[in-house]
Each structure stands twice: as C-alpha cells, then as structure tokens.
Design a protein around this ligand. Sequence first.
Ligand code: BG6
Length: 487
Amino acid sequence: IAVDPFDLVVFGATGDLAYRKLLPALYHRHRDEQIPEVSRIIAASRRNLSDDDYRKLTEEALTKFVPAEEREPEQVASFLARISYVSVDAKIDDSGWADLARVLEEGKDRVRAFYLAVSPDLFGVICEGIGAHGLITPQTRVIIEKPIGKSLASATALNDAVGKVFKESQIYRIDHYLGKETVQNLMALRFANALFEPLWNAAHIDHVQITVAENLGVESRAGYYDTAGALRDMVQNHILQLLCLVAMEPPNQFEADAMRDEKLKVLRSLKPITAKELEAVTVRGQYRAGASAGGPVPGYLQELGRDDSMTETFVALKAEIENWRWAGVPFYIRTGKRLPARNSEIVVSFKAIPHSIFGDAAGQLVSNQLVMRLQPDEGVRLWLMIKDPGPGGMRLRHVPLDMSFAQTFKVRSPEAYERLLMDVIRGNATLFMRRDEVEAAWKWIDPILDGWQASREAPKSYTAGTWGPSAAIALIERDGRTWHEEI
Ligand code: BG6
C-alpha cells in the first residue's frame, strides 16, 4: 500500500548507514511501488557534491547491497531520479541551510522527515538548524538512532537537545531490531494465539534465554566500538527491547503508546544489579586472535591497534523482573562479537512435568522449549517430547514442531529499515522507542557500567570463534541450567 507523498532529508548522506542500509531500503520500497511519484529523497552532508555525484554514490550502494536480479535498469533509473543533493554544514548558519529551505519549499504540504544519520553529538545542532530555518511543518518528523547517549545523563542531554525543537510525537527513535520480521512475529505469536498466554508466567516458565551472536569482529568500527562495548552497543537497546517484548503484559491494542507503556513497565521492573552481585550475575569478555569459518582472525586489541582497552566485546548476564508474572524467572542474556556463528534466538524454557509415568526406560524427559530464531534462518520451533516410532516400547524423544519462514512464506523478507522508514512516513510510532523507555533502560544499565569500572577488572579473554569466556557457561550452570545448544 502506497504511503502519503513525502520528502525525506537524510543528513549524513555520505555515511555508512545511508550507504549500507537507508538507500537500499528506500530502493526496495520504490521498486515495490510504495513510494508515491512526487516523493523525493534529499541527501545532505558537508561534502561538496552535485546531484549527479550523489546519484553515482547511490548507484554504487545499490550495486553492493541489492542483489543483481532486483536491480532492473529502469527501476534504478527512476529511483535515482528522486534523489537530489544539498551541501549543508550543520554547524555554520549560512552554509547550505537556505538551499535546503528552497528545495523543501516545493513540498510544503507533504510529509517531511529528517533522518539524522550522523554522530549523536550533531543531533542538537542539526535540530536547531532545522528549527531556526523554519523547516518544521505540521507534518514534520525527525528520525534518530543509537547510540542515544553513553549513560542516563548523556541520553537525557541528547533527548533534551532534540526535544527543544521537536515534540515527542514528532521524534522517531529507531531500534532496528524492532523492524525485524521475526521480532514483530513475537508479537503475533504471543497475542494472536490462545495457546501461549495462559502459560506465559512464572508458574509455567522456568527461564528465558536471549542470545544475539555475531561471527564478525569489530573490524573498521573499532574506533566507535571502543567507546561503547557490548553492553551499550547491544544490550541497552536491542536486547532489552527483545526482553520487553517477551515479558510485557498484553497491551490493549497494537498501537504506539499502548505498546510503549507496557514495555516501560518491564524496564522499570528490572531488578537493579548491585555492585555486590556484579561478579555473580555478569560476565564480560574480549576476544583474542582465533579462527572463524574463513580462517585465522585477529584479536580485538590488534584490530583496535592498542593494547590497553578494557572494552568488552562479549557480555553474559542474568536479569530478573520484579513483578507478579516473572518473579523468580531468570532471563539469561548473552551477546558478543567473534562467536562461532551469526545466530540469534529467544528461548522460552518451560518447567518440567511434575511426575513422569514412563519410568527410566523411556529415556530422559526434557522440558518443552519455544525457540524463536531471529536470524539467520528465521523461524519458530516448539520442542516437545514425542514417542520414538517402532514396536520397541515407550521410548521418548525431544523433537521440534518446526516452522521456517523461508519455507512457509516464499517471499523476500524485507529488511528492518524498509518497514521502519515507511512507518515514519505513515506516522506510526509503534515500533519506535519513546524517550522514557530509552532513559529507563539506561537507568538499569548505568550501575552495571559503574560497577565494572569501579572493579577495575579487565574483561575475560576468549578465543575468537568460541562461545565467550568459560565464566559465561558457569554463570548459567551455577543455577543448574545450560545455554541452549541448538545454535
Ligand atoms: C548494531 C550494532 O546496532 O547492531 C552492531 O551497533 C551490530 O555492533 C548490529 O553488529 C547487529 O545488527 P544485525 O541486524 O546485524 O543483527
């Protein structure tokens, strides 16, 4: 379904995010005829480029990030025709802002969206520029993306800076995990089926595991990454959002504030991790040289080009939610770079049956598990105990009911940014984070960061291509449980 006509201004248009994600996503929406004819993409950055220069860059991006069979020449040409370029130096008042205002004048009545694909320290100054040059119409929105701060204080300052110019309802904070098909499917699974909800609580669920594993290292992003680390880069945003979607109460409708109110309650119910508990419930790791599927790979410090970094590239932790639904149910989280595979999943482990009628000969009874695989091969598996076929007596086996997205729906699965960009144009903020959510997440993360810093302990080393430091295994085994091994 086509969206309303819009002008999208991308600040930071020559950067990595625009190149890798935004332009390919917009191209796909264009190709699927979701973008009305008059809509324009206005690229802005400090560099002095012509429209044609930028179109060339765009073409390069498409060649790299869109499969050849999806790049019909006429589609690419009509997409490029939507694109123009304006050189704006956000920090200098008379540099380019007037040009941008002139270009935008033609689309006064359209939806207008500003995507700030720039370093967060420019959010404030760009928003001020947009406001000061009278570029905000009633249909204007602004899109920002992580890192939204490095702590509660810096996140509050950033939110204040953007909030000085835009109302909260005009601000779209992207967490691209919320745009992933399988993450949205978690909502469908929970709230469009009667089966799970009666069991979705501490009476029936033993624990939950959330794993977001990457096989890549930090490579060229070491400069940024070293100021962040896995806890800020992945847990504060993506993983806590996943945790919220698993743990939240049913909202009364699939609507922005109804959803965000429920997620916020989960974030506020997270049990604070105190300095005393830190060692028992968190593990930080940093990879050293090792091997990946493609051969030997360097360690983090070698990629960084320094030998004194305490930044973690792996984190495992045990979180608890202090409310009636989840009291006593641990949520084990782990994420890291240079793990054996790119593989992400949420595992809901149900409690054991109260009594087995089958005796020892049936084999070991394993509890039911619901596994939602986020990537790479998206799907849902419900593990059940089933009788082994044959006349040999009652032997039981743990086997999955398996639903693979690729096999069930033989269609291309859209990238997160495609969905999210169109949602901004539609004015639908359901899959975006509200200010209070971001700040509540930092409020829980801050003491962990502070505790680590105060302890002065270096992250534990792990070999690239393994599942992180052995302490991460001990963390869950101390509770008599193990990490889910299917991945
Ligand atoms: C980003 C992080 O937000 O998410 C990266 O900054 C990480 O470090 C990436 O690699 C993972 O996203 P995806 O979609 O590849 O799982």
